[in-house]
Design a protein around this ligand. Structure first.
Ligand code: THU
Length: 128
């Protein structure tokens, strides 16, 4: 599974987005070290704050299946670059601190580290 393939899977996952309020579709695909890929899309709620972003859905699906280590997370939204929101950056930095985050379109994307997206993140060690 290479980066370009993961971007295509994220773009496909976007088709399942449940977005009656924003109309803005986002898909995500996370490649675990196990080799398995988990997809996500944004799932909105009439109680807007209960909306889940595509990245968190994908990561939480993976973690709920027992995955703990990740290689790459692709994000494809309806914009040329759909950058992960602040809440997703927080969750990515905890669940997948070493992951390569791919953002853009199928044909053109940039690669980020979680630390570049959320410098000085609050993390589990801060609770001790
Ligand atoms: N959204 C995501 O799913 N991921 C992002 O990286 C940015 C925002 C969703 C949340 C909401 O359903 C819609 O995009 C508009 O904010």
């Amino acid at each position: 599974m290479n980066d370009a393939e993961l971007m295509i899977i994220a773009s496909e996952a976007r088709k399942n987005a449940y977005v009656p309020y924003s109309g803005f579709r986002v898909g995500a695909a996370v490649l675990a070290k196990s080799g398995k890929v988990y997809t996500g899309c944004n799932v909105e709620s009439a109680s807007f704050g209960a909306t889940n972003c595509a990245e968190r859905v994908a990561l939480q699906k993976a973690v709920s299946e027992g995955e703990r280590e990740f290689l790459a997370l692709a994000v494809v939204g309806d914009a040329k670059m759909t950058m992960p929101c602040g809440i997703c950056r927080q969750v990515i930095s905890e669940l997948a601190p070493e992951v390569r985050v791919l953002v853009g379109e199928e044909e053109s994307y940039q690669v980020f580290t979680p630390a570049s997206l959320l410098p000085h993140a609050f993390g589990p060690e801060d609770l001790l």
